[in-house]
Design a protein around this ligand. Structure first.
Ligand code: OGA
Ligand code: NI
Length: 353
């Protein structure tokens, strides 16, 4: 076993098993119907998506309409960027409490992740609250930072993001329909979206049984659309029994998961599911998640149409922007703000008198 800095070592109970369970995987959904005339009205596609969201919180999509060249162009540029010497990469190091630029010091639940990242937001700049305090009304702007090398990285990022954003809106409509709502029910929240894309590089790790590329977590936003390469390592916690299940790479597919915001909007009909990333001792791995997030001023709460007297709201309303900047700031200060979970806003079930 190689030497690994203790900051990367997971507590015993969270260490990965190196033997992978080859179980029934997350559902695979073919979106080719979306490009045909009666597209979205097709009931089976909508119900397949609804079933996947309920049972797994995760699914993969193929024939999704995102041009493969765009993805490949970005994968190539990412490889080139991360292949540079550290002194080049850190020139665009992410400033504290920001979302854009380079970082090799990501922590999840206070344990360091075995990876490096580059982040950029879709809209540039994005506007977010100046502080983590909900009463603070001041808003600041976060701007993207681009490296000099490789010169085509910026264009590759922007073109890719534009394509995947279209897919996000299609998924948003399908998910709305699957909840029995009009297709455009969620679109309005994404007018001034705070979405961002992350390039992840997981280098080979001498102790894959002790460390994780990314510790267990739930995504805080609305939806995540992830491109993973052919190495594999993503694991999803199966809802039925809590086992960690490996997501086998499917060429050209995207992995979709609903985040915390959908858990709240749907009043828990759909849950945000825990996942993590294993590393391996030989191969490096690249992945590209697109985090589809609403405007900073969005007040997240269960949709009225999805609650009733028998099914009262299970969450208090919260401000997305404050939640977002609190999570971002905690990662730097290594405070335990991963404890800022949506469970914090959960309304206790009232006791019978
Ligand atoms: C994430 C994530 C998975 C992966 O960045 O939130 O879950 O495979 N990434 O990199
Ligand atoms: Ni995630």
């Amino acid at each position: 076993m190689g030497e690994v800095d203790p900051v990367f070592i997971q507590d015993l109970e969270h260490r990965p098993k190196l033997t992978v369970i080859e179980a029934e995987g997350i559902p695979l959904i073919d979106l080719s119907l979306l490009n045909s005339a009666d597209a979205i009205s097709d009931g089976s596609l909508v119900s397949d998506i609804g079933d996947a969201c309920k049972k797994w919180g995760f699914f993969q999509v193929i024939n999704h309409g995102v041009a493969l060249e765009k993805r490949e162009k970005l994968e190539k540029a990412a490889r080139e960027f991360f292949g540079q010497p550290l002194e080049e990469r850190v020139k665009i190091r992410r400033a504290e409490v920001r979302v854009s630029g380079y970082s090799n010091a990501e922590h999840t639940k206070n344990v360091r992740d075995w990876k490096q990242v580059f982040d950029f937001t879709l809209q540039n700049p994005i506007r977010v609250p100046a502080s983590t305090h909900p009463d603070e009304k001041q808003v600041v702007e976060w701007h993207n930072q681009w490296p000099e090398y490789p010169p085509q990285l910026r264009e590759a990022c922007e073109e890719y993001a534009e394509e995947v954003e279209k897919l996000c809106f299609k998924l948003l409509e399908l998910i709305a329909l699957s909840l029995g709502l009009p297709a455009d029910s969620f679109n309005g929240f994404f007018k001034d979206q705070t979405s961002y894309v992350r390039l992840n590089h997981y280098p080979p790790c001498p102790a894959p049984e002790l460390a994780l590329g990314l510790g267990r977590h739930k995504d805080g936003g609305a939806l995540t659309v992830l491109a993973q390469d052919d190495v594999g390592g993503l694991e999803v916690k199966r809802k039925s029994d809590g086992e960690w299940i490996r997501v086998k790479p499917t060429p050209e597919a995207f992995i979709i998961n609903v985040g915390d915001i959908f858990q709240v909007w749907s009043n828990e009909r759909y849950e945000s599911v825990e996942h993590r990333v294993m590393v391996n001792s030989e191969k490096e791995r690249f992945s590209i998640p697109f985090f589809f997030n609403p405007a900073h001023y969005t007040i997240v709460k269960p949709l009225e149409k999805l609650t009733s007297e028998e099914n009262p709201p299970r969450y208090r309303p919260y401000n997305w922007g404050n939640f977002f900047v609190t999570r971002k700031s905690g990662n730097f200060k290594k405070l335990d703000v991963e404890n800022l979970q949506i469970s914090h806003f959960r309304i206790p079930v009232s006791q019978p008198l």
